[in-house]
Write a protein of this length. Structure first.
Length: 350
């Protein structure tokens, strides 16, 4: 039954009827209402438009991205550009204060995000890897223990990341020579290069930043020639040059020193040797993804240079034997008096 069906009770023709008995609404108002086209289902629309055989990758959406809304910071972009052009390292907090003084009503996070898009992107850090047996990095770590200051000599092989650590009361050249010799004996070979920090025991003068050269300690250079490695010193203010040994220093503090108890230097070195054999070197290294001890035995130990046939004889004078300082015992004078003298002092007759 249609909405305009004619009823026998109506005396007028269906086209002239002003009231539809079946729909109970005025026909004139229904005629004046604009007819709306009902949207077919997507499947019918695709059939009508022939889109079923068209690849989805070629179809375009009927809507696009919304137009960007102007931000509160937009009127202050010229001020920010002018300030950064004159002072490229100006902090975002300073720019925020200046924009607020100029009337900026927004927040700090919006300004900081915009300033981040204007600054040049920092160059990615390229990790420098070395061939097996090519390089080892050496550094001292300052450690405070209950009985005094001790210096951890840390040596790490660049390829396998094998770690060697011992603690000593001094970080002078004599300690460096003797302990490096012990480290190389434990490894059974010598790397081709040893990279040191700016140590006074190794470096005499460094004028590379001013266009000059590098002057190393003659005794340290003689030690390097005896063992057959090239002595290298990293540039000042370039900590990333020796990153392979900087990271183990933090690892040593967090994984070994923190939370342990030591009673003497011998106990300290015994515990660190056990820690190296059971924790540090058998672990899977975070950068290489390989166990350092396994990689050293399989790939690097055979690439090390052979040890010298005779031990090194240092030209440094032997350390002076300082006799122990005697303890200062205070002189106590004891007076011997008779009992009569004490009685006289007390006012009692004997």
């Amino acid at each position: 039954m249609g909405s305009t069906a004619w009823s026998p009770a109506c005396t007028e023709s269906p086209t002239a009827c002003t009231y539809d008995i079946c729909s109970k609404r005025p026909a004139a108002r229904a005629a004046r209402r604009p007819t709306r086209r009902r949207r077919p289902f997507d499947a019918y629309r695709w059939l009508e438009e022939g889109l079923l055989d068209v690849p989805l990758e070629t179809l375009r959406a009927r809507y696009g991205p919304r137009p960007p809304r102007p931000s509160k910071l937009a009127p202050y972009h010229p001020l920010i550009h002018a300030r950064l052009a004159e002072f490229p390292a100006l902090q975002a907090t300073r720019l925020f204060a200046e924009c607020r003084a100029a009337g900026y009503p927004g927040g700090y996070s919006q300004l900081r995000a915009y300033v981040g898009t204007l600054r040049p992107a920092s160059a990615p850090v390229v990790r420098f890897e070395t061939a097996p047996g090519e390089q080892a990095q050496v550094d001292f770590a300052h450690c405070r223990l209950p009985w005094g200051i001790r210096y951890a000599l840390i040596v790490v092989l660049g390829y396998s990341r094998l770690l060697w650590v011992r603690f000593y009361p001094r970080q002078d050249l004599r300690t460096l020579q003797h302990r490096l010799a012990a480290c190389l004996d434990d490894w059974g070979g010598v790397p081709r290069h040893l990279l040191f920090d700016q140590m006074r025991s190794v470096l005499t003068r460094d004028d590379r930043l001013a266009g000059g050269g590098l002057l190393t300690n003659p005794e340290c250079q003689r030690f390097a020639q005896h063992y057959g490695f090239r002595l290298r010193v990293c540039r000042p203010y370039r900590a990333q040059t020796k990153g392979k040994v900087e990271r183990p220093i933090r690892y040593l503090r967090g994984s070994f020193l923190y939370g342990r108890t030591f009673v003497s230097d011998a106990d300290l070195n015994a515990q660190v040797a056990h820690w190296l054999d059971t924790v540090a070197n058998p672990r899977v290294h975070g950068t290489t993804g390989v166990v350092p001890a396994v990689r050293f035995l399989a790939e690097e130990q055979a690439r090390l240079q052979p040890l010298p046939l005779r031990p090194y004889v240092s030209l440094l004078p032997p350390p002076r034997a300082v006799p122990p300082r005697p303890l200062a015992v205070p002189q106590v004078v004891v007076e011997h008096r008779s009992l009569a003298a004490y009685a006289a002092l007390a006012g009692v007759e004997a």
